[in-house]
Design a protein around this ligand. Structure first.
Ligand code: FE
Length: 266
């Protein structure tokens, strides 16, 4: 398996606190059957995290893993908080796409929808970048109306679900939202978004088994194996046409549960 969203790189963001923790995370991942991890430290313009040059840090982590005989490769990436300047950050190479491919992992604010999202997506597409929305199931504007994703998917945006969402780590509302997105072909890839060796750790296996049980082997393979590999190799994905979620099928229910649980969300 390949994990395309993981805060494994030490000393750069709120992920691994030190090299030992990064090594432990790699060990956990390896035991899960993960062979490659994309290091995706946060990049927040004008914010706390501006991990501009991470190549050397990734190189160093790979060296340490080799010394420890952990057969896992770490690749370069970023999780970039949306800003109107995204296209220029790409052009000036201030942010890293996933393994230097056309795929860029983008994070949105949890509670509000910036009005410039569509413009930014459009501009990114013009320069050949394929945005991947990190954990859409965690954003309120998507929980309230998951069908809003269809217009983004229609113009070539991909959606990455967190494995923890699928198994209920963020509560029932987010779990149901993630499963609903998978069921309606609005999810393209699953990743751990791990931040440490405990709690949000790089585990994909239980989520894989759940998806396999609910939606079949083929869907699970597509989300955990096929698409992750294509993304790190820079290949195009075969995308199914997303199906609208009918109100009775989740939207209202999700909204109600989300309201009940919104205080729990960080
Ligand atoms: Fe993340």
């Amino acid at each position: 398996m390949i994990d395309i969203h993981c805060h494994i790189l030490p000393y750069v963001d709120d992920g691994a606190k030190h090299m030992d923790e990064a090594v432990q995370m790699a060990r956990i991942a390896y035991e899960q059957g993960i062979k490659k991890i994309v290091a995706t430290p946060h990049y927040i313009e004008d914010g706390e995290y501006l991990s501009v040059r991470i190549d050397k840090k990734v190189e160093r982590l790979n060296y340490v893993l080799k010394q420890k005989k952990i057969e896992l490769e770490v690749l370069v990436g970023n999780e970039v908080f949306i800003t109107p300047n995204l296209p220029s950050l790409i052009k000036s190479r201030k942010i890293n796409t996933i393994n230097q491919t056309q795929y860029l992992l983008i994070e949105f604010p949890l509670f509000s929808l910036p009005n410039y999202i569509e413009n930014v997506i459009f501009e990114l597409k013009l320069i050949g970048i394929v945005p991947i929305i990190a954990h859409p199931e965690r954003y309120r504007f998507i929980s309230e109306n998951p069908n809003v994703l269809i217009k983004y998917i229609d113009i070539g945006v991909l959606c990455q679900i967190n494995s923890g969402s699928i198994i209920g780590d963020y509560g029932k509302a987010i779990m149901e939202a993630s499963l609903n997105l998978i069921k309606h072909d609005m999810a393209h890839v699953v990743a751990s978004d791990a931040h440490s060796m405990k709690g949000r750790s790089p585990r994909l296996k239980i989520a894989y088994e759940k998806v396999q049980k609910l939606y079949g082997e083929e869907k699970a393979k597509e989300l955990f194996y096929v698409n992750t590999r294509k993304i790190v190799e820079g290949k195009d994905l075969n995308i199914s046409i997303p199906k609208r979620i009918k109100r009775k099928d989740g939207v209202k229910k999700l909204l109600d549960i989300f309201k009940l649980n919104s205080k729990k969300i960080q």
